[in-house]
Design a protein around this ligand. Structure first.
Ligand code: NAD
Ligand code: WQD
Length: 343
C-alpha cells in the first residue's frame, strides 16, 4: 500500500543535546522530523520545548535503535528520506568501566539501524562521529586526510569502529550515501535558553562544569594539568557552538542529494582555546568569578586538538558563525534559566 504520510527525516537520539538543536534547525527549515530516542540520557521535556520554539513538536517514538522489530515498524509507517544518527553513549570515563555497553550501543546500534534502513530502501545517513577518532596527531590543525589514530578509550574506539562499518557498507553498495561528521567540542545552547546540555550528575566536560561553578552548584573547577606543551600549559580544544553544529547537519543533508559513497567532514571552527582562556571568557560572559585549582592531568587527555575546517567550507558551504562570546553567553543563559537542566 502506498504510504501517503509526508516525507520526514528520522533523528535517532533527537531528544539529546546535539539532536534537539538539530531537530529544531530542521523543523525551522520547514522539514518534518521524527525523533526516535530511548531517553536513556535525555528528557521528553526537551521535545516540549522544541514544540514551543518551532510552533509544533516533532513526531516522537520512544524506543531503542537496537530494537529491530521497532525499527521495521518505524520505517514501514513513515516516509523517511534520510536518517541522522545521533543516538549513542558518550561518557568517556563510563566507557572505560562499561566497554560492552558502549560497543553494543554505538557499534551494534549503528549496525541495527543500517540493516533496517537497507531493508526499507533508505540509504542516506548522517552519522555523529567525533574528533576523538584522530587520537593524538602530531601536527595541527587536523584535516580529514589526517590518518585516524588510536583513540584513548572505548568510547572513541566505538566511534572509529562505527565509522569503519559505514565505510565498508558504502563500499559494498553504491546506493549508500553517508556523511560522517566529526564534531570537535560542542558547547553552548539555543539562544532562547529553552534547550541545552543536561548532563546527569557531575559534568565530565569543561563547559557544563564551568557553568555549574559559575552558577554556584559546584565549588571550583579542577584544571586538569598546566604542564602541556601549549601557550599557557593547559589543554587546547576547538569549541564549536551547538547551533553552528546543527546547521552543519542541514548542509550535510543537502550534500547527500548529489554526493555518493561515504564522505567525511570535520565540524569545528578551526580555532583552539585553552582551558584558562575558556574560564576567562566564561567569567566575562557571566560576570562571575570562577574559582579554580590546578589538578593533575586527566588520564587519556591529549594536549591539543583543533580542526582544519576548510573541507566543510568548500564542499558543504558551511562555516561557523558564532564565536567564543556567543558560546559563553548562551551556555550561561541556559545555566541561569535551567540550573537543574530539564528536571
Ligand atoms: P546525548 O546523550 O545528549 O544524546 C544522545 C541521545 O541518544 C540521548 O537522547 C539518548 O537518550 C539517546 N540514546 C542513546 N542510546 C540510544 C539507543 N540505543 N536508542 C535510542 N536512543 C538512544 O549526546 P549528544 O552530546 O547530543 O551526542 C550526540 C551524538 O554526538 C553521540 O553519538 C555522540 O557520541 C556524538 N558526539 C558528541 C560530542 C559531544 O561532546 N557532545 C562530541 C562528538 C560526538
Ligand atoms: C576539554 C578540556 C580537559 C573538565 C571529550 C571527549 C571527546 C568528545 C568531547 C564526544 C581538556 C579540560 C575538562 C574539567 C578540565 N566527546 N578539563 N577540567 O576531553 O576534549 O573531549 O568531549 O565525542 O570524545 O573525549 O572535552 O570538555 O572533557 O575537556 O581542565 O573539569 O578541558 O583536560 O583539556 P575533551 P572536555
Amino acid at each position: 500500500m502506498p504510504n501517503h504520510t509526508p516525507e520526514c527525516y528520522l533523528l535517532t537520539g533527537g531528544a539529546g543535546y546535539i539532536g534537539s538543536h538539530s531537530t529544531l534547525a530542521l523543523m525551522q527549515a520547514g522539514h518534518q522530523v521524527l525523533v526516535l530516542d530511548n531517553l536513556c540520557n535525555s528528557s521528553p521535556i526537551s521535545l516540549d520545548r522544541l514544540g514551543q520554539l518551532a510552533g509544533r513538536a516533532p513526531l516522537f517514538v520512544q524506543g531503542d535503535v537496537r530494537d529491530a522489530a521497532l525499527l521495521e515498524q518505524v520505517f514501514a509507517s513513515h516516509r523517511i528520506s534520510a536518517v541522522l544518527h545521533f543516538a549513542g553513549l558518550k561518557a568517556v570515563g563510563e566507557s572505560v568501566q562499561q566497554p560492552l555497553a558502549y560497543f553494543d550501543n554505538n557499534v551494534a546500534g549503528t549496525i541495527s539501524l543500517c540493516k533496517a534502513m537497507a531493508q526499507a530502501g533508505v540509504f542516506k545517513l548522517v552519522f555523529s562521529s567525533s574528533a576523538t577518532v584522530y587520537g593524538e596527531p602530531e601536527t595541527m590543525p587536523i584535516h580529514e586526510s589526517t590518518p585516524t589514530g588510536r583513540p584513548t578509550n572505548p568510547y572513541g574506539r566505538s566511534k572509529l569502529m562505527a565509522e569503519e562499518v559505514l565505510r565498508d557498507l558504502a563500499a559494498s553498495d553504491p546506493r549508500w550515501r553517508v556523511a560522517v561528521l566529526r564534531y570537535f567540542n560542542p558547547v553552548g545552547a539555543h539562544e532562547s535558553g529553552l534547550i541545552g546540555e543536561d548532563p546527569h550528575g557531575i559534568p565530565n566536560n569543561l563547559l557544563p562544569y564551568i557553568a555549574q561553578v559559575a552558577g554556584g552548584k559546584l565549588a571550583e573547577l579542577a584544571v586538569f594539568g598546566n604542564d602541556y606543551p601549549t601557550p599557557d600549559g593547559t589543554g587546547v580544544r576547538d569549541y564549536i557552538h551547538v547551533q553552528d553544529l546543527a546547521q552543519g547537519h542541514l548542509k550535510a543533508l543537502q550534500a547527500l542529494q548529489t554526493r555518493t559513497g561515504l564522505n567525511v567532514w570535520n565540524l569545528g571552527t578551526g580555532q583552539g582555546y585553552s582551558v584558562l582562556e575558556m574560564l576567562r571568557a566564561f567569567e566575562a560572559a557571566s560576570g562571575r568569578q570562577i574559582p579554580y585549582r590546578i589538578a593533575p592531568r586527566r588520564p587519556g587527555d591529549i594536549a591539543r586538538c583543533w580542526a582544519d575546517a576548510s573541507k566543510a567550507k568548500i564542499e558543504l558551504g558551511w562555516q561557523c558563525k558564532l564565536g567564543l562570546a556567543e558560546m559563553m553567553r548562551d551556555a550561561w543563559r541556559w545555566q541561569v534559566q535551567s540550573p537543574n537542566g530539564y528536571a
